[in-house]
Design a protein. Structure first.
Length: 239
């Protein structure tokens, strides 16, 4: 029993260490983002004249998910877990998750590790998904851009989410939400290409580390969940 506890405790400690590392990384990245894009500290506190004001919908595509109950799997090989608000909040797929048809939903609605997901109703979360391949359910946006880096539209969506939550709370009868028009009204300061490249040199490594650490924690959680019943039943005996 002591050996079992030691194995599981080591996994839990590493997962918690990763959580603390990512909390610090995200805090650092948000501070840098705010300094450059909100407070314009490197530019004397004012947005430079060669920057542009755009909207969230002008820098990224917010793809709404499908009503996945209409896309049932054809067979076991066609099964893909469905990402709903509950799974997004937990950061993982679980035994109670629904399944959809991988073949019938189209590649745009398939979520991969590292994708940015924004739930526009209910809890209004902005997350970097690292819970494995799944299908995008309605009430969730998959956020992508062919023009701007991932960290850029992630932190801008996160920045505006406080206001989105206020709007959703005011509208809430059963479940608060925002409309797509709010994405059109949310302003974004966009620097010239050379400044974007300069900042990406700072932000890309931090953002990539966030994803990498989250992926490691997801693997460790899955390993813990696999080992636990086998260790408890005696199927696996630690030496």
């Amino acid at each position: 029993q002591d050996k079992i506890v030691a194995i599981l405790s080591a996994l839990d400690e590493k997962i918690e260490t990763n959580r603390k590392i990512n909390a610090r990384l995200e805090e650092l990245a948000q501070a840098i983002f705010k300094s450059w894009f909100i407070d314009f500290e490197p530019f004397g506190g004012k947005m430079p004249t060669d920057w542009e004001l755009k909207s969230l919908s002008g820098i990224a595509n917010y793809l709404n998910g499908l009503a996945m109950q209409k896309y049932s799997p054809i067979n076991n090989h066609d099964k893909l877990p469905v990402l709903k608000i509950k799974e997004l909040g937990e950061g993982r797929i679980n035994d109670n998750s629904d399944f959809c048809s991988k073949a019938n939903i189209g590649s745009d609605y398939i979520i991969e590790n590292g994708d940015i997901i924004f739930s526009w109703s209910g809890t209004l979360l902005v997350k970097i998904w690292t819970g494995g391949k799944c299908g995008l359910n309605q009430h969730l946006f998959k956020v992508t851009s062919n023009q701007y880096p991932k960290w850029f539209y992630y932190f801008w969506t996160l920045h505006h989410n406080a206001e989105f939550k206020r709007i959703a709370k005011d509208k809430a009868v059963t479940m608060g939400h925002i409309k797509r028009e709010e994405l059109d009204k949310a302003l974004v300061s966009v620097p010239p290409l050379d400044i974007m490249h300069r900042i990406s040199g700072i932000m890309d490594p931090i953002f990539n580390q966030l994803i990498s650490t989250n992926l490691e924690s997801a693997r460790l959680s899955a390993l813990r969940d696999t080992l636990l019943p086998k260790l408890m039943s005696g199927e696996l005996i630690p030496e």
